[in-house]
Design a protein around this ligand. Sequence first.
Ligand code: GLV
Ligand code: MN
Ligand code: MN
Length: 412
Amino acid sequence: MTLRVNGTRLHADFMALSEIGATGDGGVHRPALSEAHLEARKWFRERVAEARLEFRMDGAGNHSAFLACGPADAPTLLLGSHLDSVRHGGRFDGPLGVLAALEILRVVQEAGIRLPVHLEAIDFTDEEGALLGELGSAALVGALTAEALREPRGGRAALETGLNRAGLTEAGVLTACRDPATLVGYLELHIEQGSRLIDAQADIGVVTSIAGICSYRLAFIGQAAHAGTTSMTDRRDAALGASAFALAAREVVLRDFPDCVANVGEMCFAPGSFNVVPAQVTLALEFRAPESELFQQLERALLEQAQAEADRFGLGLEADLLGQIDPTPMSASAQRACIEAADALGLKHVSLPSGAGHDAQMLARVCPAGMIFVPSVRGFSHSPREFSRWVDCVNGANVLLQAALRMAPEGD
Ligand code: GLV
Ligand code: MN
Ligand code: MN
């Protein structure tokens, strides 16, 4: 008989976890290392103890349940996702993958199955980027540098406060790196966060690649002046350059980069008052592309556009690169395992790229990595409206289980 997850137990876990940091509108607010996030992690740790699994935590705060179900010197297959959320986000993005991973360890343990690998269910620190983005997974694969920690995209103060609150240190974070020889692969179950699976009437998405993500802070620099006495032609108004850039970025992407996206997610005005012409506007720019060449072309085009808008309004421009994760293909062996698992369960699957970032991007640097998507109703995500039907979530967890059982130690 094909091994299955316990959907009722998984649902009970999901509902209990959704209460932590609940915003009352169906969503949760659990930015990385906030009080609510730490409470969610405490809850996870209790579930690990309850299941009599081994609990592990590394210097980056990554939390794991570990099941030694392989030979003593066997490598580990990682399964997981993240328990942090974006600000006022949804309940499914991250938790589904962590809880499904935990459930798989419980099922394998209860069935008393021996595998050629050990299993680990991991909750990565700061996937969503309130602090830095994919911090825990970057640390685990050795891709995190002291320099990146000095200028995190969420700001130094947020990083320091979060690490202190969690009892972590910057030096400790950099010790979380693992020997790749100990890892046989990484699999992650996640909601699709778009509507392609619903449109295709598919049960399962097998991820082919994950888009590259780049973040910049751009400062348009003008001159403060009296808003009542300075003529409209004499102003060096930083707001104009920043606003014109936000509009132009959209045009550039629509015209020349149809498979890419760009987002201006924040603008800070200085000095910021009714009666002073803005001296400086600092904006948060993020853009994404499905493959490397396009990624570089898009970066060039957006920075040139920013410079052109600064010139148009007589402004200075400073561009600060805050983070870059390259477009990442998922491993052929992991995709194969997911496809075979979906076929074995009689589930309709399609292969598709991910526009959202995931820790699998980091893991792919050191071991075969793969992702399984389940449908998102109406495609909403990073919002309290995020929703996936429970039957789809259980299907996804069963595909994760079956794919895990198929991941061979030799990898690609
Ligand atoms: C993470 O969810 C991201 O894609 O920003
Ligand atoms: Mn996620
Ligand atoms: Mn997310």
